[in-house]
Design a protein. Structure first.
Length: 370
């Protein structure tokens, strides 16, 4: 039977522009917007101060005198939207009276060289649109604050949670910056902050509708919610997307392997399962060995190395506990590491670095976060 030929020459003319726009690959500036990758772990309690990454990849939390929190990867998600996970913030110790400089934010930093197509610093600077799903028992006005490191400029906007304990989709558009450019490098480009609590020094100004020189007063001018004011308070977010243009397209779901590799540019966890072989090397003396570490994928920069509950085994001694790692000649693809471990190794013997036989948290971590 002869096969008929289908002429596709003009078929694209019948496709709505919105559908074509939704087919732009990697349009989301946010990495891991569906909260599906959590290499560090799925829950962290007692978050009360400082700035750090705790659970879901690429999301950093900063707390200054604004309660104590448990952060987790939650399976509470908006129904029928395709999401499997959300990021949850749960207040465990309240702060009902914030000081003027106190605040709580969840943030992600976009790498500068990934933002060049926004054409900042030119008359063609692109607007960017943020969309996300959010839920909380605490209704009221929250803020999103964007900060550009290269020029110390800020733009912010409010959003309102209208119904308690109900998933709501929010969309906010920010104008482009026609004055100041973003340096084309692997450093910080634009920081995206979700403000959950803010003292009066953060709320005393006027919402900037264009990019302005940063000051605390314009970061969250319309914020009325103090999420830290009760241990009943929770906040969930998922489906975070930031894209060029003035409209929000459908969320861009990526295959899990692609999403993981994008996260591994900034953080890698090697091991994490019982008796996993991590690298091979050679003993240098009774309590020291040298290894070459090849990263899973190219990282943003030479990473910081850390070890947790790993051990060294040569053909004589078994399970020599590693106490520290010193990365030498590190670049963004590999490093040579000297490891210090308990004594008992035979000098100049082949050996391997492995995870513990009892701890699933036993691993080597590599961090090159912004």
């Amino acid at each position: 039977m002869a096969l008929s030929r289908i002429d596709t020459t003009n078929m694209i003319e019948d496709v709505p522009q919105s559908k074509l726009d939704n087919n732009i690959n990697f349009r989301n500036i946010i990495i891991n917007g569906d909260m599906s990758i959590a290499q560090r772990g799925t829950s962290q309690a007692s978050i009360s101060s400082g700035t750090s990454y705790y659970t879901i990849d690429r999301y950093k939390t900063q707390v200054v005198n604004a309660g104590t929190w448990t952060q987790s990867q939650s399976t509470d998600v908006p129904s029928g939207q395709g999401f499997g996970y959300s990021l949850k913030m749960d207040c465990t110790t309240a702060d009902t009276s914030l000081g003027a400089d106190d605040f709580l934010v969840v943030q992600q930093v976009a790498e500068a060289q990934n933002l060049q197509y926004l054409k900042y610093g030119t008359s063609n600077a692109e607007s960017i649109t943020m969309s996300f799903w959010v839920k909380s028992n605490k209704t009221g006005t929250y803020s999103i604050w964007l900060f550009a490191d290269d020029n110390n400029k800020t733009i912010s906007a409010p959003y309102t949670i209208s119904s308690a304990d109900t998933w709501e989709k929010k969309t906010i558009t920010f104008v482009g910056d026609t004055i100041s450019s973003i340096t084309n490098d692997n450093d910080q480009g634009i920081r995206v902050y979700f403000v959950l609590a803010a003292g009066s020094n953060w709320t005393s100004g006027t919402t900037p509708t264009t990019w302005q020189s940063d000051s605390k007063s314009i970061r969250a001018p319309e914020q009325t919610v103090n999420l830290a004011d009760s241990t009943d308070n929770e906040w969930y977010i998922t489906g975070v997307q930031l894209e060029a243009g003035t409209t929000a397209s459908d969320f861009e779901f990526l295959p899990v392997d692609v999403n993981l590799q994008r996260c591994q540019r900034y953080f890698q966890s090697i091991g994490g399962v019982n008796d996993a072989s991590i690298a091979s090397g050679m003993t240098q003396n009774s309590s020291g060995s040298t290894f070459t570490i090849h990263y899973i994928t190219t990282m943003r920069s030479a990473p910081t190395h850390a070890v947790n509950d790993l051990n060294i085994t040569d053909n004589v001694s078994y399970g020599l506990s590693v106490s520290s790692v010193n990365a030498l000649f590190a670049n963004n693809n590999s490093s040579r590491c000297n490891l210090t471990h308990s004594s008992g190794a035979t000098q100049y013997r082949p050996c391997f670095l492995r995870s513990s036989s009892t701890a699933s948290t036993s691993r080597l971590t590599l961090e090159a976060e912004l």
